[in-house]
Design a protein around this ligand. Sequence first.
Ligand code: FAD
Length: 629
Amino acid sequence: MLSATKNGANGHTNGVNCRSKLALCTVDEFLAQSYDYLIIGGGTAGLCVAARLTEDPNVTVGVLEGGENRLDDKNVLTPSLFPTLPGRPEYDWIMETGNKVYSMPRGKMLGGSSGINYLMYVRGSRRDYDSWRALGNEGWGWDDLVPYFKKHQTLDLPTDKVKGLDPQLMPHAAADKYHGTNGPIHTSFNDFRIPMEEDFIKACYDVSKSKNTLHDAWSGDHLGFYSSLGAVDRTGTAGTRSYAATGYLKPNLSRPNLKVLTSALVSKVLLETDRQGEPTATGAEFIVSTRAYKANATREVILCAGVVQTPQVLELSGIGNREVLSAAGINTIVESPSVGANFQDHVLGGMVFECAPEVLFLDALQGDEYGQKQQMIYEKEHNGPFASPGMLMGFVSYASLVSESELQSTIAEIKKNSFAKTAFEKTQEQLIIDQLSDPTFANLQTFLIPANMDMTAGGDQTRFLGPPPKGKNRVAPLICLEHPLSRGSIHIASSDPTKPPRIDPGYLRNNTDAKILAAGLKWLDQVTRSPILAKSLGERVQPAPDVSLESEEDRIKVLSEHISTQYHLIGTASMGEVVDERLKVKGVRGLRVVDASVFPSHVSGNIMSTAYAVAEKGADLIKEDARDY
Ligand SMILES: Cc1cc2nc3c(=O)[nH]c(=O)nc-3n(C[C@H](O)[C@H](O)[C@H](O)COP(=O)(O)OP(=O)(O)OC[C@H]3O[C@@H](n4cnc5c(N)ncnc54)[C@H](O)[C@@H]3O)c2cc1C
């Protein structure tokens, strides 16, 4: 059923109960040895780095993870149970923004956010990563990253149940060139599809007046509409979520050179001054229950705590903006003004519709008879709706939605109201202008989520992803802004490591972002009115049917009340600003950041695959630099 399995009833154990597995250990076992590398955060990136470094049996790695081990948890493993995870304290740190409240779910377990996410496996456009290089980060363009996209992936080819469907729905024609065959993360196409998906795609192409020319949506070009790959294993433990803990940790639990401690909250990186007078990371301080401990690293400390907590740990350690640190009562050891700045997220807006009664959606899994039947199929055959979370998506360019004069006026507005002050920000802004001008560039992402969403409840994920009223089926067509001009920030407000940092998402702070997203909403409104969808879509529920979407002003007003995070936070320890292109924290020896906080600018689409690619490349950089020790 779509309701969450009760915690504890599913075989979940934390590390302390897992002594039989060598790597998962108690505090005493963790402290009994020293480490070459200490990894803070056993999430998406952290477990990848741990697995790659411990390939060398002579290298020792300790991982400190604030959440628990949920490797056997059915709520995590069953793909379509993803809506039951965000907003619940067993799985989510439940972070919130301060001003207007939006929740900011972050995975709190081994595997981090890859354990609670919607499983969509997407890569950005070639130009997204080439922008990273253009920002001064040599070695981080699309061609540089392709080997790392392939390295983490296993493409499970379509099963018999999927074969025969229109291949243009699943555009993976360049499988040999762009997909991996033996990486730790399995990716596959859904083996169950709702009938409306193909109609939605047709309606999208129809309204866009474009043809489907998609070749392979993971080849650096994903302009168009398709059913995406998901991080669902179809060949190993079939029908289950493939995430950092199953892919990078589970097969390596018996490595004697790896130790993993769960429920360990890192409060700071330990810094000492070396002989040259430079601050050097020597270990980390962490809390288990209420007791504080210290662990040492002889080579490096690698910070992988994610976009919210990586800047928090840096600031708690005295690395950051002097004003922020002093307001929180922290001594500045390394002045690094960009820590916690440059926060970006994909802003998600959209609509919710009732569905025609004969159309079956994820919500129907909650209906007693249908849900029970599907659950039996899932348990027996490991496929069907429970193994097929919504994957229908696509990308449109802004330039294709507006006239040439509107495009020029948008560009003029960006220049006139520019927020960019530093050289880094000015380059970012120019790159966004170039991207907006390109009619083949993916500026806006659309989804058809086959479930109810409360678009007004962005502050409470349990309501945002809550079930529909009894007896109703609902569907949510969404539109997301991919390259925001607005910037937010994440900073500590207290020296207490157990207090969450202050998140200012800055959503739509720059009015031009609202204008671009409103153009996307206009297009989406036209799609939902397409005659092709008339047989599937019932009444619009959000915004209310009588709310006008006619003018740009109307649409911006609706968006101001119906937006949320797309969970794609990036940038709070940006490459080029806080870390260099080898991911080393500037001004500190022996400290790197390897997670989504190093992305210097946003990429189109969902970002888990990019987090894995960054981690794979980060691990190679660490291995290369190990020759110096
Ligand atoms: C609800 C949700 C849905 C999403 N859906 C998708 C999707 O469908 N497709 C997609 O591509 N992307 C999706 N994403 C985004 C993607 O999952 C994340 O961007 C990515 O997993 C981030 O990886 P990371 O390594 O940077 O951080 P994380 O995976 O979050 O890892 C950080 C780890 O550090 C630990 N930690 C934090 N602070 C401390 C501390 N002080 N001490 C010790 N440990 C600490 C955390 O518990 C966590 O395990 C989604 C994200 C969320 C939250």
